[in-house]
Design a protein around this ligand. Sequence first.
Ligand SMILES: C[S@@+](CC[C@H](N)C(=O)[O-])C[C@H]1O[C@@H](n2cnc3c(N)ncnc32)[C@H](O)[C@@H]1O
Length: 251
Amino acid sequence: MRIDVLTLFPELVDRILSESVVGRGRAAGLFSVVCHQIRDFAQNKHNNVDDTPYGGGNGMVMAPGPIKRCFDDAVKDAPDGERRRVIYLSPKGAPLTQETVERLAEYDRLVLLCGHYEGVDQRVLDAIVDEEISIGDYVLTGGELPACVLTDAVVRLIPGVLASPECHEDESISSGLLEYPQYTRPAVWEGEAVPEILLSGDHARIRAWRLQRSLELTEQRRPEMALAWKTAHPPKEKKQRKGKSRQKSDA
Ligand SMILES: C[S@@+](CC[C@H](N)C(=O)[O-])C[C@H]1O[C@@H](n2cnc3c(N)ncnc32)[C@H](O)[C@@H]1O
């Protein structure tokens, strides 16, 4: 997968996406991230990329021309048949969910447009953008952090980025429940002991304990999620013991 980020702050995005697990996956060539400076595509003396809004109002709006030229340059060598999705990070977009992340992980290329100031001229959004995504109901100063959030969530699904594929399976949201509490050494810390069952080595009982904790936590914090999970996982009917049923029919 290749991710192109169109931004006024390419160094910021590049830096964040060069660290930790994502940075290692990127360095190993499991995916690539290319950051493009929209300002390089300005065509005026002062390299301005924004202007006052038509109709009046606060702040500045990012002009369509530099963004469109930057986009055309980013995709100029795209291979035929490439599965590409162009996303504008915006508080007006659809909320980002794990389902969306899994869908986006199927593309060959994501192009992420980061707005700034009061936003972006609607005409360039209409011309190039496939969907708008919000990372939450709050307003940030720019789309760079949302682009990094989206990239992080998507690339960790690429095989090899995480140490083991099972890492996804138990996780909050992916499993349909919030994750159970985790513990590591020391076994007693500031007088607080790790739940004894986790030291038992009995993997079946540990699995059952973790599921129970996950369910309790999800019921407390996200009741709608717990209800959906319970609907999808009805309790298994206990098998009738042969001896018992024979007794009944004998009676
Ligand atoms: C100050 S915001 C513009 C907000 C815009 N005037 C509005 O009311 O919708 C500047 C840029 O930050 C980004 N942004 C801000 N909050 C965001 C969020 N919750 N999710 C995704 N992007 C966001 C967008 O790219 C946006 O163009």
